[in-house]
Design a binder for this molecule. Structure first.
Ligand code: FAD
Length: 388
């Protein structure tokens, strides 16, 4: 890497070069495959929600903001409930036949997966009535045209109301971590906007916008550092839950695909290169150890839940989808890393919902894509803007 990003990722355990190398060789390729499998590509989300903070202002410029939900024929049988909705309800707003809405819901579709509340998030997965399934592959996270005061308002609220700038010297490590996680996620969203940008509306030409990436991320070294930090944090959560994730049910009714999912999960969790190069991507054991540990954890949990609630206020459906998914993924990582009883009996005590696992892995994949893009295109972005 460039001199700015050398040495050990702050508060972490591995250096930038190792992270870039591992990501390119091991993590990125497996994750790209994993998120395409039937188990991981359908996300259950409540997309029509009332924002508890402001009236909806639906500030979305492009038609592309709209989420296309699941194609009916593609939907795994085991997710379905027998009573179906009328067919005319299954037409996507974007009009693509493969992107029709499937509002079928699973009550007991996945044996082995519990429905329990995640104390780190505001979404309650048991709210089945308003949930729909979204095929994530049909709805890539990219530029949507969602900008201006309504986008700004959300980020401002996320930062100032919920994780004030814990950046002063005396601020404690645990609170800084929440700030860094959010900032890292924000960097990743910006990187995805830059890597999937609508360059020409008239011809519908999509491509990279490296100037945007420079302006929003690369020129601020701390935003790049926070991206790497968040990536390692989520990676650590995944490796910590490895035994649990290995034993989980990935059944969607398609035997061949499901076997592939299982083997990809194992390949990711127990990769020898990962274990030798970066065995502990983040050391959570150092946290919550102070005297005020339990109260602090509760406080941060409360703040994180507010951030999760703010996602209902994102006035662009596709941004809301990815916002919700990634915040749930972060909440799941926090839940894994800070689950009360430590080490050995993790497999017995940890309980994850199917949707949490889907969010966790998709978040890790998004972060992996961002780290790769920043590593590969960051220097070019820097050179391009030097002359300006
Ligand atoms: P913003 O990205 O809105 O940033 C606002 C302010 O936050 C900046 O001025 C800066 O002070 C601070 N800031 C910026 N980055 C960081 C960082 N990494 N760490 C710390 N502080 C930072 N738009 C899309 O086109 N596609 C999407 O999928 C999409 N998803 C979104 C999801 C969510 C949850 C939200 C809230 C917004 C989403 N947006 C999306 C909008 C997008 O994030 C920007 O808000 C928008 O493009 C306007 O960008 P901006 O340049 O005004 O700065």
């Amino acid at each position: 890497g460039t001199p700015k990003y050398s040495g050990i990722v702050e508060d972490c355990c591995c250096d930038y070069e190792t992270v870039d190398h591992l990501n390119k060789e091991v993590l990125y390729p497996s994750l790209q495959e994993l998120v395409k499998t039937p188990f991981f590509r359908y996300f259950k989300a409540k997309l029509w929600c009332d924002c508890p903070f402001w009236p909806d202002d639906g500030m979305c410029r492009l038609r592309d903001c709209t989420v296309c939900e699941c194609a009916d024929n593609e939907f795994p049988e085991s997710f379905k409930k027998p009573n179906r909705l009328p067919l005319n309800d299954l037409v996507c707003q974007e009009g693509k036949p493969e992107a029709a809405v499937d509002r079928t819901l699973d009550s007991k579709a996945f044996k082995g997966w519990t429905e329990i509340d995640n104390p780190w998030t505001n979404d309650d997965e048991t709210d089945n009535d308003e949930m729909t399934y979204v095929n994530l592959l049909l709805n890539p996270e990219r530029y949507t045209g969602f900008t201006g005061p309504s986008a700004r308002r959300i980020w401002d609220a996320v930062y100032s109301e919920n994780c004030p700038k814990y950046l002063s010297q005396e601020s404690c490590k645990e609170e800084k971590i929440l700030y860094k996680l959010i900032s890292g996620l924000h960097s990743s969203i910006s990187v995805h906007i830059a890597s999937g940008y609508l360059l020409d509306e008239a011809t519908n030409l999509w491509g990279h916008n490296l100037t945007l990436m420079y302006d929003r991320v690369i020129q601020y070294p701390d935003r790049v550092r926070n991206l790497y930090f968040t990536f390692l944090f989520v990676l650590r959560a995944v490796t910590k839950a490895a035994d649990y994730l290995e034993q989980a049910e990935y059944n969607t009714g398609n035997t061949n695909e499901d076997l592939k999912t299982e083997s990809l999960v194992k390949q990711l969790l127990y990769n020898p290169k990962l274990q030798s190069a970066c065995p502990v991507p983040f050391d959570e054991a150092k946290l919550w150890k102070g005297q005020s540990g339990p109260e602090l954890k509760q406080k941060i949990q409360h703040q994180f839940r507010n951030i999760s609630a703010l996602m209902d206020c994102v006035g662009c459906e596709k941004c809301r989808l990815w916002g919700k998914l990634q915040v749930l993924g972060l909440g799941t990582a926090l839940k894994i890393l800070f689950s009360d009883d430590g080490q050995e009996n993790m497999v017995q005590t940890l309980q994850l919902q199917r949707n949490e696992v889907i969010a966790l892995m998709n978040l890790l994949n998004r972060l992996s894509e961002s780290v790769k893009f920043v590593h590969e295109m960051g220097p070019t972005a820097e050179r391009l803007t030097e002359g300006h």
